[in-house]
Ligand binder design. Structure first.
Ligand code: BDP
Length: 665
């Protein structure tokens, strides 16, 4: 960690400025002002020791007592914090609860909320709050934009990076209690004895922080590393193989969490290869883990090119299996029916499997939201999901991680806020996005209102801005071939899967644009509960944000604003750009409140974001105007290039070069 604070020297010299450097590696846990804090505890466990050290190194002149109390919460990880006779009393049924409470107290101290009336009772909304790492054994990360994997597999088990503990600490501070270490496109080698010894090292480091380790598994593992002829879940040898593997895992890692499985999806093997159902596959694995207390998180992310509408497929395949899964299987469903688009309606599979356990999978890494180049605060997107899916109808929560080996963990300093927000919402989905943003800013950057307010406000607008400059009004998946970063609505690759082509989704023609999922079209709308179904099905009542998701709409269609669809589209793209350019100017004014290093890093990322926003607008509007037959109305900025030029541009995603729009010249 590099934190050379020159402020003091400059202050002595009479220079009132924050010229210090901060590489962001200490995340939201940068405060180290502890002094004279007295902690009394009932136990010497590793977890309680961590709690004690954290309190002592972060609080000044406190008296804290850590107590085990089974009445403090009806959930194991819950806790209470009270102030009595000059003493903060922290009670919980478990050591992990005491650790969470300690972080809570530190957070309150940092955000200025602490007082002597404090009387808090907390318990997590979900017992399972996991990060999913899409990390490969070779150190690469699928959809990772922050360097290499945190796990140095080639060095483990002998060499132990200090980052492992820092990672555990960061997660514990926000209540995350599980981590799936490897990619859902799983390499069978993760279950070899050699790898399990490496996994054990990580599990041992994470355990005192209350974090369990889980692994993604490849369904064909018994064939690849076990030399079996089949992976058929009903085959006896296969069952025995998995049971033995489970026994081996638990003999090494007694509190191992369980498996995450991507089966029969995007070329991965699965039970359907043997004419078995997802339930038969999941239950076979569940049986193997059951005696050890492990669980299976079975993903519902399935779609095949043969079926008409990709948005319908998970529901069609999984709903009939409701009630057929064992009680230690949880169906892990992405928030939307397609794939982590900037905006999707919620997946109608939620609420459709009342006799099964279900969990949501959010994506923290910004695969479709500007990678680690764009500032997009995701809490509002996740809160939007919870408006449709009651959080207490779910059994667990997962987030695809955005962490990697770069100094600041997430690539963009503000991407840390998404890791933070995921943890906070996983603990308590009732928190507001504003509250979380404000907490995070205070701990990470500055406690000055003049900094907090405009930054928080922009964070709150940033997701809507991204939707506007990328894919407004329900457009989706119009990304360039080969990456999910920039626009390529014109992309057509001969022989490629049609459902991987932008035109499959936007359907632009002289007559209009959009995917008809109404009852006149693919009828995906019928998968929603009656009230929403009628709302979305009717062109007149369908909310603007989902319009082109559910309808194929004529260019002259009159929108709720009174504009034609074409004009509204132009307006939205420009609005997205305006929001970013406004914040770009606001950010310049924040220079004096934070360190130069992070100020400049964010500043240069904002330049890229603004450029990209213009690139998106120009590419999409120029292309769609060929179909609408209408020019871009004169009140809007003119595109920088012509369509031909935009089509010739090929993004080199290895260094994120974006076309120079000339905006900054
Ligand atoms: C898509 C990603 C792909 C993942 C897949 C999944 O593009 O890399 O493997 O989802 O979630 O979003 O399985």
């Amino acid at each position: 960690m590099k934190k050379i604070c020159l402020t003091v020297i400059l202050f002595c010299l009479g220079v009132n400025t924050h010229v210090f450097s901060d590489d962001g590696s200490s995340l939201w846990l940068c405060q180290k002002n502890g002094e004279n804090t007295n902690v009394t505890s009932y136990s010497e466990s590793a977890t309680v020791q961590i709690a004690t050290e954290e309190l002592q190194s972060s609080l000044k002149n406190f008296k804290v007592t850590l107590k085990q109390d089974f009445g403090a919460s009806d959930k194991k990880e819950g806790y209470s914090i009270k102030f009595e006779k000059g003493n903060y009393i922290i009670s919980s049924p478990s050591d992990a609860g005491l650790l969470y409470a300690s972080y809570h107290l530190i957070r309150m101290n940092e955000t200025g909320e602490i007082n002597s009336d404090i009387n808090i009772k907390e318990s997590p909304s979900y017992d399972i709050r996991v990060l999913n790492h899409w990390d490969n054994p070779d150190g690469t990360i699928e959809r990772g934009y922050a360097g290499e994997s945190l796990w140095k597999w080639e060095e483990l088990p002998g060499v132990v990076s200090e980052r492992y503990q820092q990672y555990a600490r960061a997660n514990a501070s926000i209540g995350i209690n599980g981590t799936v270490l490897n990619n859902v496109n799983a390499s069978p080698s993760i279950l070899t004895s050699e790898y399990l010894e490496k996994v054990k090292v990580l599990a041992d480091i994470f355990r005192p922080y209350g974090i369990k380790v889980y692994l993604s598994v490849n369904f064909a593992t018994p064939m690849v590393i076990g030399n079996l002829k089949t992976a058929d879940p009903l085959d006896n040898d296969v069952k025995i193989w998995w049971k033995k593997k489970a026994d081996e895992i638990y003999s090494i890692i007694p509190d191992f969490g369980g498996f995450l499985v991507k089966a029969n999806s995007e070329g991965q093997p699965g039970p359907c290869d043997y004419d078995r159902t997802h339930a038969q596959g999941a239950n076979m694995l569940a049986d193997a883990l059951k005696p050890h207390g492990g669980i299976i998180m079975w993903r519902a992310f399935v779609y095949s090119p043969e079926d008409a509408d990709r948005a319908k497929q998970a529901y069609n395949e999984f709903k009939p299996l409701d009630g057929k899964f064992n009680d230690n299987v949880i169906i892990q469903i992405k928030n939307g029916p397609i794939d982590f688009q900037p905006r999707e309606p919620y997946s109608p599979l939620f609420g459709s499997m009342p006799s099964s356990k279900t969990m949501v999978e959010f994506q923290i890494t910004q695969e479709y939201l500007g990678f680690s180049n764009h500032l997009v605060y995701l809490a509002p997107m996740w809160k939007e999901f919870f408006q449709f899916v009651p959080y207490n109808s779910l059994n667990a929560i997962a987030g695809v991680a955005n962490t990697g080996s770069v100094e600041n963990w997430c690539g963009h300093h503000f991407a840390q806020s998404n890791w933070y927000a995921f943890g906070r919402l996983a603990w308590n989905p009732e928190l507001t996005s504003e509250e979380i943003a404000e907490e995070w800013i205070k701990q990470t950057f500055s406690k000055e209102k003049i900094f907090i307010n405009p930054v928080r406000d922009f964070m709150m607008e940033s997701r809507e801005a991204a939707v506007n400059y990328m894919m407004p009004l329900g457009l989706h998946h119009i990304f360039a071939w080969g990456h999910h970063y920039g626009p390529e609505p014109w992309c057509e690759i001969e022989g490629a899967r049609p459902d991987w082509m932008p035109s499959y989704y936007h359907n632009a023609s002289q007559n209009g644009i959009g995917f008809d999922r109404s009852s006149q079209g693919s009828n995906a709308v019928s998968q929603y509960p009656t009230e929403l179904k009628s709302l979305y099905d009717n062109l007149k009542t369908c909310p603007d944000e989902y319009l082109l998701w559910f309808h194929y709409v004529p260019w002259n269609h009159k929108m709720q604003s009174g504009n034609t669809l074409w004009k509204e589209l132009c307006l939205r793209y420009n609005k997205g750009i305006e929001t970013i350019s406004k914040f770009y100017k606001v950010w310049e004014k924040q220079k004096e409140f934070i360190d130069q290093e992070r100020f400049e890093s964010v500043n240069s990322k904002l330049e890229i974001q603004l450029n990209d926003a213009i690139w998106w607008r120009d590419a999409c509007l120029l292309y769609f105007s060929e179909f609408s037959g209408k020019p871009i109305p004169p009140e809007f900025e003119k595109p920088v290039y012509n369509l031909q030029k935009m089509k010739e541009f090929r993004l080199d995603i290895t260094n994120f070069e974006t076309p120079s729009t000339g905006y900054f010249e």
